[in-house]
Design a protein around this ligand. Structure first.
Ligand SMILES: C[S@@+](CC[C@H](N)C(=O)[O-])C[C@H]1O[C@@H](n2cnc3c(N)ncnc32)[C@H](O)[C@@H]1O
Length: 379
């Protein structure tokens, strides 16, 4: 299949999935060659990562599919070379070319107009920066990544395609003050709180689009910048999950009990997987009510865990007679899930897009329906 047909097929997929609508972004996805940013990447095989490069079977097919392609593990610039030499390796993805579908959603949610000046946080491969350059012109695009190897490779790939945005090696949590103010900031790594510098560097009325890094109830937000480090925004109906900004990574999961459960389990009609993972409508609210709790797959089929950094845990098993729960540690985590679920039902089952955000330098909080609402959650 020709390159042109591959690009057209990717665009057709993104349109059919309702990720891409805007003619100018359609044109960008149809023109920018993703394969020049992905000469090497990883493919997951079980718990390990296999190193793939140009010329290997399936290399180009994955690139022009709506697939995230991981390019670095464990912040290690040599992770790909090691995996190529030793065979598939274990590791945590720390850079990727995101799913084109999520990229399209975020680019559209950014609502750019011609000649807008945009800062991208998280250059990664450079592919998203190339799409921005195609749409807005090189001189309107700045992009920053914290990793020197990645930024050097991205700069080279961008130049190969004829794009020359301002590429900066730095901590993107600080934005990129030298080219501020921006009309738009796009965060392509997830944040646990919106860095005040992003709002300070966006002109009043400009927009910040990014993903939230939360163990439960992550997703996309769009914030309208006010004056200084202030802003107000909404959680977006369209969902998207990204790898976290380095300094915003979540704490390690505390050890979970290994012993057999001797007490009888507590029966429940609520399922961890059904309620606390996408596409559950309750998930976002659960993240507000249980801010530091994470859910994990267990060591066997039908087993799931909840864990809190203070050592609290809940274990759920899906049996032929229904769900059974055990819980331990300082907090009764499962009881908190059931309470949160009851409260969500009482509130009329609000969805993620019913929530909004207010940000000041000292305070970031979510609210339900309107910034004046009494229903607020610190963030
Ligand atoms: C999902 S990738 C970005 C994908 C990229 N936009 C692309 O088109 O390929 C996330 C990137 O965020 C970068 N990152 C993590 N923490 C960062 C920080 N504090 N400042 C800037 N970049 C950061 C990582 O190095 C990684 O390359």
């Amino acid at each position: 299949m020709s390159l042109l047909s591959r690009k057209r097929r990717l665009v057709a997929t993104l349109r059919a999935d309702r990720a891409l609508h805007d003619p100018q972004w359609i044109d960008a996805f149809a023109e920018v060659p993703r394969h020049l940013f992905l000469r090497r990447y990883f493919v997951q095989t079980g718990y390990r990562w296999l190193a793939v490069e140009q010329g290997d079977a399936g290399w180009i097919d994955r690139i022009y599919a709506d697939t995230v392609l991981v390019t670095q593990l464990d912040d290690d610039p040599d992770s790909w070379v090691r995996a190529r030499r030793e065979g598939p390796v274990i590791g945590t993805p720390t850079s990727s070319s995101s799913m084109p579908g999520i990229m399209a959603i975020m680019l559209e949610e950014l609502r750019v107009t011609d000649a807008d000046r945009v800062l991208e946080i998280g250059t990664g491969t450079g592919y998203n920066a190339a799409l921005l350059c195609h749409r807005l012109g090189d001189s309107n695009v700045s992009t920053v990544d914290i990793d020197s190897t990645l930024i050097a490779k991205a700069r080279a790939a961008l130049a190969e395609c004829g794009y020359h945005p301002y590429c900066l090696l730095d901590d993107g949590e600080l934005g990129c003050p030298e080219n501020a103010p921006y009309d738009r900031i796009l965060g392509t790594c997830a944040v646990s709180r919106i860095p005040p510098e992003w709002l300070e560097q966006t002109r009043a009325g400009g927009l910040v689009v990014t993903t939230l890094n939360r163990p439960i109830g992550a997703g996309l937000v769009r914030i309208t910048a006010g004056h200084g480090a202030t802003g107000t925004g909404r959680v977006l109906a369209r969902d998207g999950r990204f790898m976290p900004m380095r300094a915003h990574r979540l704490p390690p999961i505390p050890e979970l009990p290994e012993d057999e459960m001797t007490e009888p389990g507590q029966p429940t009609s609520l399922s961890v997987t059904g309620l606390l993972t996408p596409p559950s409508r309750f998930e976002f609210f659960a993240g507000l009510e249980l801010p530091e709790v994470c859910s994990l797959h267990g060591d066997g089929p039908g087993i799931t865990w909840l864990a809190h950094p203070d050592g609290s845990w809940a274990r759920q098993i899906d049996t032929s007679e229904g769900f059974l729960v055990w819980q331990g540690g300082p907090q009764r985590l499962w009881d908190r899930v059931e309470d949160a679920h009851a409260r969500w039902l009482e509130l009329g089952q609000p969805e993620r897009s019913d929530f909004g955000i207010t940000i000041n330098r000292d305070l970031q909080e979510f609210w339900l329906e309107s910034p004046e609402s009494d229903l607020r959650w610190p963030w």
